[in-house]
Design a protein around this ligand. Structure first.
Ligand SMILES: NC(=O)c1ccc[n+]([C@@H]2O[C@H](COP(=O)([O-])OP(=O)(O)OC[C@H]3O[C@@H](n4cnc5c(N)ncnc54)[C@H](OP(=O)(O)O)[C@@H]3O)[C@@H](O)[C@H]2O)c1
Length: 237
């Protein structure tokens, strides 16, 4: 997809990767970016139109899709993570349901609401922000990882269906980034501005899946091997 002259909608645009993607889409020549945020009050950025959006609320998504009828690019970025001690934690299911509402059902509902809008506007793209945890899981992030595996699976089906409508579907997989989500994690992290720039370069090159960092590429490559990362991973790192 050529971003020049496009109109984007970014979910969770007020901070972290969403804010980086918002700025990067504008830098690549987008006409306008709708910034979908749970609470309004984001700092003014020329070219950015704030829109109230909670991806767990179907009415909020429907209202946004109706109001933003000129969208040609949807970026499903909004996400949450919750840490847990064990896969056997009695609270696991409750926490998993909470994360699924945002990371999985939210992404599905936004895709369903905006795909017809993008098709009506002559085609464009949907970018789904996934993770290296789509392909491996540890106890601490097991519910979060399950949401990203599920979202990866949905993304793969969505891509097949939307190709014939002229909508490119890009799965964006990345490891730890330096955002609020990983505050306090003493680990190597990618700069979200660099992640956004690399993801949009891949989008404009016509790619349908992008692994941003070397570790994520190695994890994906290992999947069919005897030493697949999901078989040898240990906590936490
Ligand atoms: N950070 C990492 O290491 C990492 C790695 C791989 C993938 N990711 C993924 O990257 C994406 C962005 O994460 P981030 O690191 O930038 O996290 P972040 O800094 O915590 O930002 C999360 C964003 O999502 C928004 N959000 C959460 N729930 C929402 C809802 N129900 N409706 C609308 N917006 C909602 C937040 O809004 P509020 O400000 O209102 O809370 C915030 O704007 C997520 O999908 C995450 O899973 C992150």
């Amino acid at each position: 997809m050529d971003l020049h002259g496009s109109t984007a909608f970014v979910t969770g645009a007020n901070r972290g990767l969403g804010l980086s993607l918002t700025r990067a889409v504008l830098a690549r020549g987008a006409r306008k970016v709708y910034a979908g945020t749970r609470t309004l009050g984001m700092k003014d950025i020329p070219g950015v139109v704030p829109i109230q959006l909670d991806v767990t609320d179907p009415r909020s998504i429907a209202a946004a899709a109706s109001e933003c009828a000129d969208v040609t690019l949807l970026i499903n970025n909004a996400g949450i993570a919750r840490l847990m001690d064990s896969t056997l934690d009695p609270g696991w299911i409750g926490l998993a349901r909470e994360i699924f509402e945002t990371n999985f059902y939210g992404l599905v509902m936004a895709s369903q609401a905006f795909a017809p809008v993008i098709a009506t506007n002559g085609g464009g793209a949907i970018v789904n922000v996934l993770s290296d945890t789509s392909w491996f899981s540890r106890p601490m992030l097991s519910a979060y990882s399950a949401t990203k595996s599920a979202a990866w699976s949905y993304t793969n089906a969505l891509r097949i269906e939307l190709r014939e409508k002229g909508i490119q579907v890009l799965g964006l997989h990345v490891g730890y980034m330096d955002t609020d989500m990983t505050r306090g994690f003493d680990l190597k992290k990618s700069n979200p501005d660099h992640v956004a720039a690399d993801a949009l370069a891949a989008l404009e090159s016509g790619e349908e899946e992008v692994m941003i960092d070397e570790n994520t590429r190695l994890i994906k490559q290992s999947l069919s091997g005897k030493r697949a990362y999901y078989l040898i991973a240990s906590a936490p790192g």
